[in-house]
Design a protein around this ligand. Structure first.
Ligand SMILES: [Zn+2]
Length: 397
């Protein structure tokens, strides 16, 4: 199924932010599917990938209500002081300052940069509500993938994977990816599917991040949570609780441009040791210019390494010796696409066929093993950013 809700669309220009992000990517994707895939289906059962759910549809199916993402959900992985700043506990202008920093809206001299507040029709701080709604969408996509059904949900939104423990970064204020995965574990959501663990709470999640830019914020948040003893990790000494039981686990894989932001020399030189972007994911795969043909084979090798880590990790844990996760959260960035419009993603230039090879490989991997998979749209800039996901969704059965 697809999760799409027009009310979640982030229209940055409404806030005076002049980023080359097309607000209509979800709509363009559905338009394409409507023209090429759905004609003649009225009155018949909807072909795969199935119906398009709104947030209200999702909540009705899941018996949910109210605020989907609470302040406590944000504090689970982000620093308490940072979240307090976003909620304006100090009564100051902290949320506005964090947004200006996150979206890099001021130059070093403090002058507006790609920011035209005089053209805004909404206050900048209103973005926080929209970002919380985006985060809720990512969580609901996970819930829908885990619910009875095909075990696949593609959310036309989400993917703010650069947000760190105590700061926003790279246009990402809150890390919806890590927050949603952690909430699934904390809520002890069960997977209502087939073996190996029907009905058991989700204990192990893989985040497979295929955005052009490294998922550095996600890596940091998960590692910090492991250091606090809240999650298990691939090392034997990670995640043993005081009572000796195994903690739940999130393993991270990021396949991305080998160089370029956030791995450019200037950013790395300014980085604090032990903090993103220096912190590794459990598996990092850097693809250099000209190595595009190796992308999916190297991704496949990374997945096999995740399997090995999982098997080691679960031999003593509650889930008992499995090599696959209970849920895959796939960050399906479109910015590796050769026609992406963001200059900083230009060091990776997958053709449309290579994007489809990537997506189909991951999709088949999960489907063949009955692993529920939730997909989020993530990066993608310019007028053709909708194409990889739309063609992928059109082709799957
Ligand atoms: Zn990106």
């Amino acid at each position: 199924m697809i999760l799409y809700d027009p009310s979640l669309t982030m229209r940055f220009r409404d806030y005076g932010i002049m980023l080359p992000i097309s607000p209509d990517r979800g709509e363009q994707t559905l338009d394409f599917l409507g023209r090429n895939f759905y004609p003649g289906t009225r009155g018949k059962s909807m072909p795969y990938p199935g119906p398009v759910f709104s947030i209200a549809d999702a909540l009705a199916l899941l018996d949910g209500e109210g605020d989907i993402i609470s302040r406590r959900d944000l504090e689970r992985l982000h620093g308490g002081d940072y979240i307090a700043a976003l909620y304006e506990d100090s009564g100051g202008k902290t949320l506005e300052r964090e947004l200006l920093n996150t979206y890099e809206l001021l130059d070093p001299q403090g002058r507006p940069r790609r920011y035209e507040p005089e053209r805004a029709v909404k206050p900048l701080t209103g973005l926080f509500t929209a970002i919380l709604a985006q985060t809720a969408g990512t969580y609901l996509a996970c819930r829908l993938a885990l619910a009875e059904g095909p075990g696949f949900c593609y959310y036309l939104g989400g993917g703010m994977h650069h947000a760190r423990y105590d700061a926003g970064a790279g246009f990402c204020l809150i890390n919806d990816v890590a927050t949603a995965a952690a909430k699934i574990l904390a809520d002890r959501v069960t997977r209502c599917r087939k073996p190996p663990n029907p009905g058991k709470p989700v204990r192990l999640v893989w985040i497979v991040d295929m955005d052009a830019h490294k998922g550095d914020g996600t890596a940091e948040l998960i590692r910090f949570a492991r250091e606090r003893g809240e999650f298990a990790g691939p090392r034997r000494d990670e995640g043993k609780r005081r009572d000796g039981s195994g903690a739940p686990c999130i393993l991270t894989l990021s396949i991305h441009m080998a160089k370029g932001w956030p791995l450019d020399s200037e950013t790395l030189a300014a980085a604090v040791p032990g903090r993103a972007p220096l912190l590794p994911s459990d598996i990092d795969i850097g693809i250099g210019p000209g190595e595009e043909a190796e992308y999916t084979p190297r991704l496949a090798e990374g997945i096999r390494e995740l399997e090995r880590m999982t098997a080691v990790l679960t031999t003593t844990a509650e889930s008992g010796g499995q090599s696959v996760p209970d849920l895959m959260l796939v960050v399906d960035g479109a910015d590796p696409y050769e026609h992406d419009g963001l200059p900083s993603s230009g060091l990776l230039r997958l053709t449309l066929d290579q994007c489809l090879e990537r997506d189909n490989f991951v999709y088949r991997y999960a489907a063949d093993r009955d692993i529920p998979s939730a997909w989020i749209q993530a990066g993608g800039y310019g007028g053709r950013a909708w194409e990889p996901a739309a063609h992928f969704l059109q082709g799957i059965r």
